[in-house]
Design a protein around this ligand. Structure first.
Ligand code: PBG
Length: 341
């Protein structure tokens, strides 16, 4: 048996014994790395989720989300000031009502926490982008994202009417954009009609288009006090195993008039972000959810990872996959890190 013999001619172009191609050349200094960097983060991409409730001087920490609070409107205004100073893209408001019932009637209360917060923030900071989350789960006593049938299922079409009232209440209070997160079928069309009929055809809708039934929402449910009292959300949120179905969800929302699409969660769904980006020309948001945030925070607290680096790496990965906007509890920290570079 003869020894195999190699010559440079057998090797593909670029892999001669003295190769011309050396990818490390462009990694040698920070100046070179910076010059050829393909993805750049900017504070304007970040949307900061905030939790508001009634009261005065309230700033209650969320145990499972270090650095995240439920606040009253007066305290929320301080966060809005921070958002303006950090020049981030905007804020996304979630409300915790005083009163929950089976139909979530506080959701469209013109004096509920979200409506009051929107009015106060828009008055103090007219140019800050204020988006509101539209969903029933914070407002229903059973914690599901809609009203229930007598069998205990979430009633899709009955829920659409309530979501429309909620969205209109937020927009009447001055919200710049609404973001429905309930995952009912045809809610974009219903909200579009409601807003248009009321004279708000200029208000955009950011659709949580592909939202998965995810374990990564755990800490949020403490923050928003929205854990379902029974069952789970798998009959309306998507199965984490499905990618083609995400494109159907997205197409439906595009047809119904969504202005911005969202994929949620972000980090475990980068393939979905990339596919939605490829398939549509619409602006795309990705929601780095509570569990993604808390995992990085918890590991960093234990000294198991470098929290700042993990934060920036997780965000640049989401942007690299194709997200234009990133909804993240790291919004202020990441903006500060970018400024410090
Ligand atoms: C409400 C809603 C949820 C989140 C955003 N809107 C929770 C859920 O669907 O259970 C999760 C956000 C997060 O985990 O940070 N429907």
């Amino acid at each position: 048996m003869s020894e195999p013999s190699f010559s440079a001619d057998d090797l593909p172009f670029g892999l001669e014994r003295r190769p011309a191609v050396r990818l490390r050349r462009l990694r040698r200094t920070e100046a070179l790395r910076r010059a050829v960097r393909e993805t750049r983060l900017h504070p304007a991409q970040f949307i900061w989720p905030l939790f508001v409730r009634s009261g005065q001087g309230l700033r209650t920490p969320i145990g499972s989300m270090p650095g995240v609070y439920q606040t009253s409107v007066d305290e929320l205004l301080k966060d809005a000031q921070r958002a303006v100073d950090a020049e981030i893209g905007g804020i996304l408001l979630f409300g915790i009502p005083d009163h929950k019932d089976s139909v979530g009637s506080s959701a469209w209360d013109p004096h509920g926490p979200v409506a009051e917060a929107v009015r106060a923030v828009k008055q103090a900071f007219p140019s800050l982008l204020v988006i509101t989350d539209v969903c029933m789960c914070e407002y229903t006593d059973h914690g599901h994202c809609g009203v229930l049938t007598s069998e205990g299922d979430v009633d899709n079409d009955a829920t659409l009417e309530l979501l429309a009232r909620e969205a209109l209440a937020h927009v009447e209070a001055g919200a710049d954009m609404v973001a429905p997160s309930d995952m009912m079928d045809h809610r974009i069309a219903r909200l579009r009609d409601e807003l248009d009929d009321a004279g708000y055809s200029h208000i955009p809708i950011m659709s949580y288009a592909a939202k998965y039934a995810s374990a990564f929402y755990g800490p949020f449910r403490e923050a928003a006090e929205s854990t379902p009292a029974f069952g789970d959300r798998r009959s309306y949120q998507m199965d984490p195993a499905n990618a083609r179905e995400a494109l159907r969800e997205v197409q439906l929302d595009v047809t119904e008039g969504a202005d911005i699409l969202m994929v949620k969660p972000a980090g475990a769904y980068l393939d979905i972000i990339a596919a939605v980006k490829r398939d549509t020309g619409l602006p795309l948001a990705a929601y780095q959810v509570s569990g993604e945030y808390s995992m990085i925070k918890a590991a960093a607290e234990r000294g198991w990872i470098d929290g700042d680096r993990a934060m920036m790496e997780s965000l640049v990965a989401i942007a690299r996959a194709g997200a234009d906007l990133i909804i993240t509890y790291f919004a202020l920290d990441a903006a500060a890190a970018l400024r410090a570079r």
